[in-house]
Design a protein around this ligand. Structure first.
Ligand code: PGA
Length: 255
């Protein structure tokens, strides 16, 4: 069976509540007659409950931008998998590079978060990996990707129906306005795939994982990525803040 591709919007901390609600309503209308692939929107955590109501009974699903690894307890400021599921989230981003940079999140933490999400049984994790500019310049990208995947996923026990999304996001391309060449994403995705084969075996790597690209995708450059065989979808930041532009991206990649 051919995989359903996925497009995920990451609204980061860019909108206040009124703006979030406005954009969610616009997106709901845009996608009213659209039933291809999977569409996910990840708004800021304080607006999840409101956006959940808007996307109820719509093709658009809800995701969160972060989660904590403990189930419950004295963890001031953190949000659990149960709390996310309660608000209607079906997806959660884990280890975005902005959290790695500003909150010093490392792959040990990402591993714990991933475990918690998998154990919770009702969320699909979107695990972010990707090299920075220096690592790219010094030709260490392949090693970095393999290492990040091993740290995040090593020792994780995946159940037959558990899905995991790996988002390859070269850090230097995020928010830069310039995506990488599609051929380069194709190559990086091969590295990811081979590493998943190594860790989990070919069958699980094929059936349980999606490999998506993120970094300055927009309505124009998406066409190059739509042609590539081994891209299961896209993680979209800036371009997802405009309903029309996000719709263009979704239409190009989801067929
Ligand atoms: P961008 O963000 O599309 O604005 O580059 C992507 C991301 O950070 O996930």
């Amino acid at each position: 069976m051919k995989k359903q591709k996925i497009v995920i919007a990451n609204w980061k901390m860019k909108l206040n509540l009124a703006e979030t609600i406005g954009l969610a309503k616009e997106i709901k209308i845009k996608f009213q007659d659209f039933n291809k692939g999977r569409v996910v929107v990840c708004p800021g955590s304080l607006s999840l409950a409101e956006v959940s109501k808007i996307f109820k009974a719509s093709h658009v699903k809800l995701g969160a931008q972060n989660v904590f690894w403990e189930e419950k307890g004295a963890y001031t400021g953190e949000v659990s998998t149960e709390q996310l599921a309660e608000t209607g989230c079906g997806y959660v981003i884990v280890g975005h590079s902005e959290r790695r940079k500003y909150l010093l999140e490392n792959y040990e933490m990402i591993h714990l978060k991933l475990k918690a999400v998998i154990n919770s049984d009702n969320l699909i994790p979107i695990v972010c990996i990707g090299e920075n500019r220096e690592e790219r310049k010094t030709d260490r990208r392949d090693f970095v990707l393999v290492d990040q995947l091993h740290q995040a996923l090593g020792g994780i026990n995946i159940l037959a129906n558990q899905k995991i999304i790996i988002a390859y996001e070269p850090i230097w391309a995020i928010g830069s306005g310039v995506a990488i060449e599609p051929a380069e994403a194709e190559y990086a995705h091969k590295i990811v795939k081979l590493t998943l084969n190594d860790i989990f075996g070919i069958e699980k790597a094929n059936n349980n994982f999606d490999i998506i690209y993120g970094g300055s995708i927009d309505g124009k450059n998406v066409k190059g990525f739509a042609k590539i065989e081994n891209i299961d979808g896209l993680l979209v930041g800036g371009a997802s803040l405009n309903a029309e532009e996000f719709y263009k991206v979704a239409r190009a990649i989801l067929k």
